[in-house]
Design a protein around this ligand. Structure first.
Ligand code: GLC
Length: 425
């Protein structure tokens, strides 16, 4: 049974494998996505280490000169996706978008090496990758934390990877739609429109792209110019975790300066995470840098904070949050608390379960000693696969598979969870 599931997951990975990178799923997402690739590499590493490295190296090959690693690399022309290169117009030989995504690559690299039976074989590849990933982290703290608070801000919801989270709703009311060029969405022809972000949200997504484009994608200018600047605890936790992992890898590689700087980023970040804590909700919250307020909403972004080394009492409180959510849903982990207004069990990041999020939250809680909750999250994840196959995301109430099918990172997470041999299938 377990082996069967791994074979099915590998078949999904094969189907979406374009040789040196994978697409998240054909049709809906026909290019390389940043955090998808890093997480997919974990799946590859369980049976083909070289292919795992190639996935990450291909992504890093498209790093910008300033250090940013873009959120999409448009390797091949494909009309089926909007907004494509003609909208972004970032002027690169191989087109990319001009925003980024959660910096999970440093964590992925460390995990792949930790698990390798012969890490020495990858030493020089690791050195090259670590230098690039560190340059990306450094870019984050330079351009997205100009006041040196220790936490970085997103300037577009797509950067969070949680595209239409309820977390962005208030901040989005300040993003205008004047001057947005007419466009035709393509996502709604691949997936059920009732499960996708709304047209009103899309206009605002595009407004921001046009604004950044008008500033010639000078990433040093975009933070201050953006009417959307939100500090997301989940996003920061991923970056902090990656900095700690890069620090350890840098020690192994004898890259002292990278190690010191990375530890410094992580320490400052963890201390600053405290400013996002809410006693009332028992979890971390987003902070809106434009209105200077905490966003009062119980989204999974605040629980993803468990992915970095937060204090033990905070991890215990987050485990408690997850237990409380388990009473509301049939399958952990909903991307928003069902008791709050705006929750929608099928609409993308406003309620559904995502396996990559489950994986990271379970990993963090396990490291904090919250084994039972971590096990429950992983068991629920596999129950979803049994019921609905390798979908993009799932309804936490019914387990219905939603969004795109044959999804690469879902398959990778299944391989990863099963290979760790913690959960029985
Ligand atoms: C959607 C998700 C994002 C993901 C991308 C490709 O935009 O919100 O997190 O990276 O699809 O799978």
């Amino acid at each position: 049974m377990k082996q069967d599931l791994i074979e099915q997951a590998k078949a999904v990975m094969r189907k979406n494998d374009c040789g040196t990178y994978t697409v998240p799923t054909h049709g809906l997402y026909p290019f390389q996505w940043n955090w998808d690739s890093a997480l997919v590499a974990l799946g590859f590493a369980c049976y083909d280490e070289d292919r795992a490295w190639t996935e990450i190296e291909t992504l890093l090959a498209h790093q910008w000169e300033d250090g940013m690693v873009p959120h999409i690399v448009f390797h091949k022309h494909d009309d089926g996706y909007f907004p494509g290169p003609d909208v972004w117009r970032t002027g690169r030989a191989v087109p990319t978008t001009g925003i980024t995504q959660p910096a999970v690559a440093g964590f992925a690299l460390r995990r792949i090496l930790d698990r390798s039976s012969n890490p020495e074989r990858f030493r020089e590849r690791a050195r090259a990758a670590v230098r690039k990933i560190h340059a990306w982290h450094d870019w984050f703290y330079r351009t997205r934390d100009p006041q040196q608070t220790g936490l970085v801000a997103l300037i577009h919801p797509w950067e969070a990877g949680r595209d239409n989270s309820i977390d962005w709703d208030d901040a989005f009311t300040r993003v205008p739609t004047d001057g947005v060029e007419p466009f035709k969405r393509r996502d709604t022809s691949h997936a059920n429109p009732a499960h996708r972000p709304t047209d009103e949200q899309y206009k605002r997504y595009i407004y921001l792209v046009q604004l950044f484009r008008s500033l010639n994608w000078d990433t040093a200018k975009l933070h201050d110019a953006s009417p959307f600047r939100v500090v997301d605890p989940g996003f920061n936790a991923i970056l902090i975790r990656a900095c700690s992992d890069v620090a350890d890898l840098a020690d192994w590689l004898g890259e002292g300066q990278i190690a010191r700087q990375s530890r410094d980023f992580a320490a400052k970040g963890i201390a600053a995470m405290e400013t996002l804590w809410s006693d009332k909700l028992g979890q971390y919250l987003c902070f809106d840098r434009v209105s200077n307020t905490l966003v009062q909403g119980a989204s999974v972004g605040g629980i993803m904070a468990a992915f970095c080394a937060i204090p033990a009492a905070r991890a215990a409180a987050l485990a408690q949050r997850v237990r409380a959510l388990a009473e509301q849903v049939e399958y952990l982990l909903p991307s928003h608390d069902p008791r709050e207004p705006g929750f929608d069990s099928k609409r993308y990041w406003r309620g559904p379960v995502w396996l990559i999020v489950n994986y990271m939250v379970a990993d963090g809680l396990r490291a904090a000693g919250e084994t039972a909750v971590a096990d429950q999250i992983e068991t629920d994840s596999l129950r979803l696969i049994d019921k609905g196959g390798f979908a993009e995301y799932y309804d936490p109430m019914t387990g219905e598979p939603c969004g795109g099918g044959s999804f690469t990172w879902t398959a990778a997470m299944v391989i990863e969870m099963l290979s760790a041999r913690r959960v029985a299938a």
